[in-house]
Design a protein. Structure first.
Length: 77
């Protein structure tokens, strides 16, 4: 059997080439330092995932835009 090819990737934090393999406990980072810097950025909200408005957003719906101020004014007696 052939061994799987070990890839080299750039550390997302510092850009240094590092091995992406099970032997690298910090992958995809090159070191514990880079991993902790990245974790700190997430924890301090330095990184954010953009959120777009969608029609399936449970916080806003068509019911929120419903105007019932005229409701009941057109009753026939």
């Amino acid at each position: 059997m052939t061994e799987p090819k070990v890839r080299q990737v750039k550390c997302p934090q510092c850009g240094r080439l590092t091995l992406y393999s099970p032997e690298n406990a910090f992958r995809p980072f090159c070191s514990e330092r880079c991993r902790l810097i990245d974790l700190g950025e997430w924890a301090s909200e330095g990184y954010r995932i953009p959120v777009g408005h969608s029609s399936s957003d449970p916080l806003t719906s068509d019911e929120d835009n419903y105007d019932d101020s005229d409701e009941g004014n057109n009753h026939q007696h």
